[in-house]
Design a binder for this molecule. Structure first.
Ligand code: PMP
Length: 392
């Protein structure tokens, strides 16, 4: 590849830790190594760091500090929310509603809960991937205990009507959980405004360290613990707290608070350029996801007669990292469940490309992708037995 710069446009699947976060974490690996459960001075230092981070996270989402529980990531936060709340509430009812476009972790937890005797309804989405509120309301029953709908989709970037879902849930006395991971750093959160009772977050999605997540849990919506042990996190999540990562998440939030508005504007510029150029210049190309209710950093396309994998590998040859869908399921040959839920057939869903710019991209990265894409597509289509150009 010679001197050509590597381009990374797959921030939705993984983000580098911000070097400023790493700097701030370093003392917590050695000088400030204490255990927050210890009562001596070394332990106090850890306890202070734990409290400081808990308050910063609570402030970020407009919650109280004692409503924040640290976990090992968003997967665990989702497990704690759904399994923990289901177990806590099983005497009240055994019916749970999720959407058709949830992250694989929620989908598989729902399947697990089905095997435990809970009933799960999966509410459909429209062609843009948005949950249909009327269909959601029709699925609510007297024994519904929990609704879980993501804040925004991690593949196509569609933002869900969370405030409307929260209002509906609260009116009916049902808990509302939202996996907010994909929207972190891109929208402003306010759990009180949106009436969210349980919310999952991950540190890495804010350019903090991997392996740390948070479950926000409104006071009346406490869950049963799923990890039993030393009783840390007020008994809700046992295990010695990873203070370095916990401080890392706080530092990531501090940076995000200062930079989010300019960063989001920059991403909106990238998104506009990607979407406008692709749709104008590439024949038989379509936008997946919502035209306006979408994350600032998400551009997701479908191309007739193209296999997403072929596209990804051609980009890989040119030193450009992109995605065809959710990283968590990309090693299977199944088409994206999200794209299928929006009404695409298998062949259409397979011909998709997900571009998610992030903090360390520069304008030239976007230009490079747009420069490479037409040739790459033309070559794949030339060899494609299924491509019939539509007249334009
Ligand atoms: N929810 C969403 C929306 C995600 O994109 C991911 C993956 N980044 C997860 C949950 C799971 O996160 P983790 O792998 O950090 O546990």
């Amino acid at each position: 590849m010679g001197d050509v710069k590597e381009v990374y446009l797959d921030y939705q699947s993984s983000k580098p830790v911000d070097p400023r976060v790493i700097d701030g974490m370093l003392p917590y690996f050695h000088e400030r190594f204490g255990n927050a459960s210890a009562l001596h001075h070394v332990g106090d230092v850890a306890t202070e760091a734990l409290d400081e981070s808990r308050r910063a996270i609570a402030d970020y989402i407009n919650a109280d500090h004692d409503e924040i529980v640290f976990t090992s990531g968003a997967t665990e936060a989702n497990n704690l929310a759904l399994i923990g709340y289901a177990m806590k509430s099983k005497r009240k009812g055994n019916h749970i509603i999720i959407s058709e476009v949830e992250h694989i972790s929620i989908r598989n937890i729902a399947k697990y809960l089905e095997r435990q005797g809970f009933e799960i309804s999966r509410v459909p989405v429209d062609k843009y991937g948005r949950v249909n509120l009327r269909k959601l309301e029709r699925r609510i029953r007297d024994d519904t205990i929990l609704i879980s709908v993501q804040f925004a989709n991690n593949e196509i970037g569609t933002i869900q009507p969370v405030a409307e879902i929260g209002t509906l849930a609260e009116e009916r006395g049902i808990a509302f959980h939202s996996d907010a991971v994909a929207a972190e750093g891109l929208v402003s959160f306010d759990v009180k405004r949106d009436k969210i009772h349980l919310m999952s977050l991950s540190s890495n999605d804010l350019y903090g360290p991997r392996g740390l997540g948070v479950l926000y849990m409104k006071k009346r919506y406490r869950v049963n613990p799923i990890l039993i042990g030393g009783g840390q996190e007020r008994g809700l999540r046992s295990g010695t707290e990873d203070i370095a990562s916990i401080i890392g998440m706080k530092l990531a939030i501090d940076i995000m608070k200062k930079e989010m508005s300019t960063e989001v504007k920059r991403f909106e510029g990238y998104r506009k350029k990607l979407i406008d150029t692709v749709l104008a210049e590439i024949p038989d190309s379509y936008l997946n996801g919502h035209p306006t209710e979408r994350l600032a950093s998400n551009a997701h396309f479908r191309f007739d007669g193209v296999e997403g994998e072929a596209l990804l590998l051609s980009f890989k040859d040119k030193g450009i990292s992109v995605s065809t869908g959710s990283a968590c399921t990309s090693k299977t040959l199944e088409p994206s469940h999200t794209l299928i839920a929006t009404g695409l057939i298998h062949e259409e869903a397979h011909g998709s490309l997900q571009l998610t710019p992030g903090r360390f991209n520069e304008d030239e990265d976007i230009d490079r992708v747009l420069e490479v894409l037409p040739d790459v597509l033309a070559r794949i289509r030339k060899m494609s037995p299924i491509y019939n150009p539509k007249t334009r």
